[in-house]
Design a binder for this molecule. Structure first.
Ligand code: NAP
Length: 323
């Protein structure tokens, strides 16, 4: 059977390694090349195939039908362009082409690959901007309320989300050393300072929402996973609180609407979002709390990127993905 040649830029990083594993195990793709920067020349094994990382400058871009870029922000856009000019379709995992933060999104031809929102445009695209991990969990959790106009006018939506340490990437940092992270739990970027806010605001605006966000990320001493607690003022009370999610996501293979409270162990190593919601008792205005969980490296990065790649390649959307 013909296998699609796929290249991974930034393959030695956390998201890149996850991509290489998924590509190597995918029934219709093979890993054509894998790049690194400091670790070029190092060897790694993905799904039984051993490869040496090459410098991005030495990547044989024209040999790939599809390229994933898991390069850092700022370093990615020019390589996305180069891979596309060499003839590949491209999924960019960095923020470079995303709405709000993107440096090239204004051209309007790069869809934002929140797959459950944009699969029709992704299918027709050449390049896709893969969403950030926090935006993926937050926006998917909010979509059913936004689609039905259930969010109160001029609402302030409060998002508290905790991420495992791989969310910060592989580059060593003092504050991410084991003894600094273990047995602790702390917020960061408090006061609406996180760079993902611009992306989430831009998508909310594109959906016609006038809601504001207060977003507080936290560092959780686990390797992977994000759990988000999202509080939303409603336009009116809801009798059957889970119904908007059940109906909106009825045919979605990677969204699990649950009566029970999601936990990280329900979602790690899987390309899923698990969501529950409950009305908040003892407050004046109708308010819902949504809890949503993902694996930041799978649905929040490499898994969603492969979901988009399957669409770009005309393959089954779920192919090769851990559901
Ligand atoms: N981690 C997550 O949970 C997550 C989630 C969603 C999106 N993303 C996005 O995915 C991308 C990768 O994130 P990550 O966490 O995997 O980062 P990472 O672990 O730091 O990996 C970065 C990769 O890029 C290479 N690299 C670094 N600087 C480079 C340069 N100037 N030129 C060429 N290659 C360079 C690194 O090679 P060496 O290792 O050899 O230096 C490594 O392969 C980022 O844009 C990030 O925002 C990450």
């Amino acid at each position: 059977m013909h296998k699609v040649a796929i290249g991974v830029l930034g393959a030695s990083g956390y998201a890149g390694r996850e991509l290489c594993e998924l590509v190597a195990r995918h029934p219709r793709s093979r890993l054509a090349f894998a790049t690194a920067s400091d670790r070029q020349g190092a060897r790694a094994r993905f799904g039984g195939t051993e490869m040496a990382f090459v410098a991005v400058e030495d990547a044989p871009l024209s040999e790939a039908q599809l390229v994933f870029s898991a390069l850092p922000h700022g370093a990615s856009a020019s390589w996305v362009r180069a891979a596309h000019e060499a003839g590949a379709k491209v999924v960019d995992l960095s923020a470079d082409l995303r709405p709000g933060t993107g440096i090239e999104h204004r051209s309007g031809c790069v869809p934002y690959g929140l797959t459950e929102l944009a699969r029709a445009t992704v299918r027709e695209a050449e390049i896709v901007a893969n969403p950030g991990c926090y935006p993926t969990v937050t926006l998917l959790a909010l979509l059913p309320l936004l689609a039905r106009g259930l969010v109160a006018p001029r609402a302030t939506i409060v998002v508290n989300a905790a991420s495992g340490v791989t969310g910060a990437g592989f580059t060593p940092k003092r504050e991410l050393m084991f003894a600094e992270v273990a047995d602790d739990f702390r917020p960061y970027a408090i006061g609406n300072e996180h760079r993902h806010l611009a992306e989430m605001r831009a998508v909310l605006a594109s959906l016609g929402s006038d809601a504001e966000l207060i977003f507080t990320p936290h560092l959780l001493p686990v390797s992977r996973g994000i759990l988000a607690t999202i509080t939303v003022p409603l336009a009116e009370p809801m009798a059957d609180v889970l119904e908007p999610w059940r109906e909106h996501f009825a045919n979605e293979p990677f969204i699990e609407v649950s009566a029970g409270v999601p936990a990280l162990r329900d979602v790690v190593h899987r390309n899923v979002v698990r969501i529950t919601a409950t009305m908040v008792a003892g407050v004046r205005a109708p308010t819902v709390t949504i809890i949503a969980a993902i694996d930041n490296l799978v649905k929040g990065a490499a898994g969603q990127a492969l979901q988009n790649a399957n669409l770009l390649l005309g393959l089954e959307e779920t192919m090769g993905l851990p559901g």
